[in-house]
Design a protein around this ligand. Structure first.
Ligand code: SAH
Ligand code: SF4
Length: 346
């Protein structure tokens, strides 16, 4: 019988697993702390469990562990980690430093099925969902090297398309016996899967970011195929209904594509769309990548767009492109080893 990977369990699930073997519930809390607070890699280390229990666990359960295959460090301190998973699939995670407060950007899928036209991950299609253990494993592995303050699901994949495992991973992250992150410091980013947004809101408290990226259905249908299923009106209604803890805001991400969605008219439409929603806007100048015809916006277009939102009392930040020199910026993750150039260039 295959051994059960305990990193696929939330604390209540681990309690159920152990009680199914006739063990006390509090053993689950002890094991959970070993896994997430002491980063135990084996049952041997869990010295407050009896020898017998440890031996039993050894027979029925296992503890998975991710180790990065490569780490690249950009000139601005951004770090990109590539993890090769058991079946050979690859995913990337990125650490973005900000005055000592690191944000870890993790992946939820190998590839992505959503097919957004501007996103490199989307051009690889979906290989598979990550398991809970593979999602949480990225955090555990990187926490060994650097302190993590915020975790965002903005790496590869559409988190709400792998919702069961993403919810489990979130629960482990915010559990006081688990990774002990504040729910204010974890953010799920979605292209707009409306029913899953509602379920996320019901089942766990986290921040939510919506990749809006267009202000008309005509354009959004074209660049984000999910819009044909959940058009802007439906998506924004779901945003209005999302249960936010008091004084919190939704984040709207808006990739500025040069000449496509970066005009003043777009900024005005964006204001109308989000009117009345407690929101902040993240403007992300398009990061160019090979094989994609979109271009970055001009600095002037960025400034005008940003200033218009600000003038209407919207909290807005323009994300500076981090990690561009190691292809770690938004939308540049591909989850493969860098192709070596055959002619020795670059
Ligand atoms: N699938 C989720 C989370 C991962 S993408 C989502 O789409 O929200 C994280 C962010 O990167 C999204 O807001 C997306 O719009 C943005 N993005 C994708 N490709 C990009 C690119 N080439 N340049 C800048 N941002 C990009
Ligand atoms: Fe998938 Fe998000 Fe990229 Fe769209 S932007 S293809 S949803 S990862």
């Amino acid at each position: 019988m295959a051994k059960t990977d305990l990193k696929n369990f939330t604390l209540p699930e681990l309690e159920a697993f152990l009680s199914g073997q006739g063990k006390e519930r509090f053993r689950a809390t002890q094991i959970f702390k070993w896994l997430y607070q002491k980063d135990a890699q084996s049952f041997e280390e869990m010295t407050n469990l009896s020898k017998d229990l440890r031996a039993e666990l050894e027979n029925t359960a296992c503890i998975s562990n991710l180790e990065p295959a490569t780490v690249e460090v950009g000139s601005d301190g951004t770090r990109k980690y590539l993890f090769l998973l058991e079946d050979g699939a690859g995913v990337e995670s990125v650490v973005i430093p900000d005055e000592g407060r690191n944000t870890l950007c993790i992946s939820s899928q190998a590839g992505c099925a959503m097919g957004c036209e501007f996103c490199l991950t989307g051009t690889y299609n979906l290989t598979r969902n990550l398991t809970t253990a593979e999602i949480i494993g990225q955090v555990c592995a990187i926490k060994r090297e650097v302190e993590i303050r915020n975790v965002v699901f903005m790496g590869m994949g559409e988190p709400l398309h792998n919702l069961d495992n993403v919810i489990r991973a979130l629960q482990i992250m915010v559990d006081g016996n688990g990774l002990q992150l504040s729910n204010r410091r974890v953010t799920v980013s979605t292209c707009g899967l409306v029913p899953e947004m509602a379920r996320l809101g019901r089942e766990v408290i986290s921040n939510l970011a919506i990749s809006l990226n267009a202000t008309t259905d005509e354009l959004r249908d074209r660049i984000m195929p999910i819009n044909r299923r959940y058009p802007l009106k439906v998506l924004l209604q779901a945003c209005r209904e999302f249960p936010l803890p008091s004084r919190r805001k939704l984040t709207f991400e808006y990739v500025l594509l040069g000449g496509i969605n970066d005009s003043l008219a777009d900024a005005k439409r964006l204001l109308k769309l989000i009117h009345g929603i407690p929101a902040k806007v993240n403007l992300i100048p398009f990061n160019e990548h090979q094989g994609c015809d979109f271009i970055a916006p001009t600095q002037a277009a960025i400034d005008i767009f940003h200033a218009h939102l600000l003038a209407h009392n919207v909290t807005v930040i323009t994300r500076d492109s981090r990690g561009g020199d190691i292809s770690a910026a938004c939308g540049q993750l591909k989850g493969r080893l860098a192709e070596k150039s055959v002619n020795g260039e670059g």
